[in-house]
Design a protein around this ligand. Sequence first.
Ligand SMILES: CC(=O)N[C@H]1[C@@H](OP(=O)(O)OP(=O)(O)OC[C@H]2O[C@@H](n3ccc(=O)[nH]c3=O)[C@H](O)[C@@H]2O)O[C@H](CO)[C@@H](O)[C@@H]1O
Ligand SMILES: C=C(OP(=O)(O)O)C(=O)O
Length: 421
Amino acid sequence: MDSIIVKGGRRLEGTVSTSGSKNAALPILFASLLADGRHEFDNVPYLKDIESTEQLLNSLGANCHREGDKFIVEVRSDGDHVADYDMVRKMRAGILCLGPLLARYGEARVSLPGGCAIGSRPIDLHIETMRRLGADITSDGGYVIARAQRLEGGRILFEKVTVGGTENALMAASLASGTTVIENAAKEPEVVDLANCLIGMGAKITGVGTSVITVEGVETLKPARHRIIPDRIEAGTLLLAGAITGGTVTVNQCVPEHLQSLIDKLRDADFRIDVEGDAITVKAAENCRAVDISTAPYPGFPTDLQAQLMALMTQAKGTSVVTEGIFENRFMHVQELVRLGADITPMTQVAVVRGERGGLSGAQVMATDLRASACLVLAGLVAEGETEVSRIYHLDRGYEHLENKLASLGADIRRVTKEPQ
Ligand SMILES: CC(=O)N[C@H]1[C@@H](OP(=O)(O)OP(=O)(O)OC[C@H]2O[C@@H](n3ccc(=O)[nH]c3=O)[C@H](O)[C@@H]2O)O[C@H](CO)[C@@H](O)[C@@H]1O
Ligand SMILES: C=C(OP(=O)(O)O)C(=O)O
């Protein structure tokens, strides 16, 4: 099992590029199930979650492979419609095949994904969506079974904003008969990227990026040719890595507009942020000021950057209140930050961080989920001495060798593989 060992104390300096977005690539790869033929995607990141998606798509009868920079998905008309437990348990986003399989084959049997470290993560809104589109839904042996001769357009009003729910709705409604109106839809850039990919495949979608999306169903779609947007969460993590070390770091090949809430917070914390084209530069603050954050659906502050911003706040002057507004259990990193010497009081969905520059010292810590892993690596960059972050497989789900990108900016960081005992 791999760990990351980081020695704190080096200022990061330089320029680093952003990879393709995990959370855009996952639904887009599943959308390929909506049309037979050869789909071509660019900027698909090299991640564990992408490998898991590849395995799931292959198990459904598709053929995924890379040809140079391109990610190819070949879809056959006689594909399977059963998404196995062993495939879905590795990656919660596996539920995103429900809409495409049902719309395409009239039947989907998808394993229930179960909870995960950051919360229970129910899929009731995905299921309700398919019902609203006319599907008959049952469950059996840990699987959700959905059937419909042909889905029919309808009105879907989400009681809470759901990224995956909106994505499943978009994919299913694209091949339904008639018009679907999705209200209280998610506005995340990854939802917009999926919709743009579907539009390129021939779907009729309007209102993308607003909270009301309208989909006119079509009979068939054609294979996709699409470039995945840059990963705003990876870009934000790299900016926060620069910020926490008091260095000057430019993150390029990103979309600055997607990171406005983070840029605003960093400016409030007294960092200088310059934006030029597709690049954002963070420059050392004399003193990092404590800021409060509250995570919310886009364009609010992303929950996927909460843990990394908390690492920065351990170095700030003053007290910061961090409120997690999306998931009920996304403070697993707090106890590990405390092991490094941070002064944090966690309460239900609120954590109070009393920052102090240089207050951390290296220790062995354990990653519990993807962004918690990134948070601990960032904390290790400023902790005195050596920090070992174990269970780094969580990190590999969503970052393309983060340690290499940080090392290219001057971090003293390496990956070690330990034999299981
Ligand atoms: C692969 C992917 O894109 N993952 C992202 C996606 O996850 P995901 O799509 O799973 O997150 P959602 O937006 O659906 O979840 C938002 C909230 O709705 C709840 N909910 C969701 C579905 C449902 O059927 N019932 C229900 O109650 C969730 O438990 C959560 O409290 O958006 C999250 C919120 O921005 C991000 O943190 C994840 O990185
Ligand atoms: C929570 C995340 O992903 P997933 O929804 O795939 O678990 C994430 O990317 O931070």
